[in-house]
Design a binder for this molecule. Structure first.
Ligand SMILES: Nc1ncnc2c1ncn2[C@@H]1O[C@H](COP(=O)(O)OP(=O)(O)OP(=O)(O)O)[C@@H](O)[C@H]1O
Ligand SMILES: [Mg+2]
Length: 274
């Protein structure tokens, strides 16, 4: 990876009370790539993501954005969060305005975007995440999945260079997940870099270019999706198994070196042709 947009170098962090969360962690995010972060509960995924947009400050090490160390002054943090948007795991931790529309427009208006431009961005995010029917409701009067989609729309409307999502699909219904994927594909196609944590290894396989495996506050291994998610021994050590679609496909006859299917539909097409 030559062009690194976001990087954690030697980051350590303890929560108050001396609870260790990150221990000399290194992670590099290539520009325009999709990086999945996988690892057990408590491995430090959320804590790292909170460092990547400056919400938490490491006790040692640094975060670099476009090659420069991130700053923690008010002005520097505003610029940082304009470039690197983070969608939290819990939408209740993110939403705070009276109505959905107000909440989604807060970020762009706070960045100094004009009212017309802010309205256009809100409309685009609302359309992309199919939340038009709840846009005038108070945010606390929504279901979990609706809140999650509103939280994602709010960060999307800021048009960050890097979009970070902490467990984006958790709690979404199948059509909510499809619409989210459609919206994220649109952003990825426009060049947005994506970092997301997930426990869903099949989702990671279907969507990630790169994978970082977390264990006990460190990156155990980072590489391409193929390098990490097809390494049975590595995954086994973390109680994980390879993605189902890839696991089935590699037990079918296939040309050596041929790429394995990433999705259920690709696998079904291969089976139909077999
Ligand atoms: N607010 C907090 N105060 C104290 N300790 C915390 C806090 N949040 C997390 N921790 C601890 O920090 C460590 C890393 O937690 P973190 O939330 O980053 O894990 P995670 O990989 O995101 O887990 P999960 O898969 O459950 O979301 C854990 O030991 C956890 O107990
Ligand atoms: Mg977490």
């Amino acid at each position: 990876m030559s062009d690194i947009v976001l990087e954690a170098r030697g980051i350590s962090f303890d929560y108050p009370g001396g609870i260790p969360a990150l221990a000399d962690l290194d992670l590099a995010v290539g520009r325009g790539r999709r990086l999945a972060i996988l690892g057990p509960n408590g491995a430090g995924k959320t804590t790292l993501l909170l460092h990547l947009n400056g919400t938490l400050r490491p006790k040692a090490g640094e975060v670099r954005v476009n090659g420069a160390p991130g700053g923690y002054s008010r002005a520097a943090l505003r610029d940082w969060r304009g470039a690197v948007g983070l969608v939290l795991q819990e939408p209740d931790d993110q939403l705070f305005s009276a109505s959905v529309r107000q909440d989604i427009s807060f970020g762009p208006l706070n960045q100094g975007v004009g009212e017309d431009e802010a309205r256009a961005r809100v409309d685009a995010a609302v359309e992309a995440l199919r939340i038009g029917h709840v846009v005038d409701r108070p945010t606390h009067m929504l279901s979990f999945g609706q809140k999650k989609r509103v939280a994602i729309a709010g960060i999307m409307a800021m048009r960050p260079e890097v979009l970070i999502l902490d467990e984006p699909t958790a709690g979404l219904d199948p059509s909510g997940e499809r619409h989210l994927m459609h919206a994220l594909n649109g952003l990825a196609g426009a060049g947005t870099t994506m970092v997301f944590s997930t426990h869903n290894i099949d989702f990671a396989w279907s969507w990630a270019d790169d994978v970082a495996l977390f264990q006990e506050g460190r990156v155990l291994r980072q590489g391409t999706a193929e390098e990490i998610l097809l390494d049975d021994d590595l995954l086994k050590g973390l109680g994980m198994r390879p993605p189902l679609v890839a696991d089935i496909a590699r037990h079918l006859p296939h040309a050596p070196g041929a790429a394995l299917p990433r999705t259920r539909d690709e696998l079904l097409a291969r089976l139909a042709g077999a």
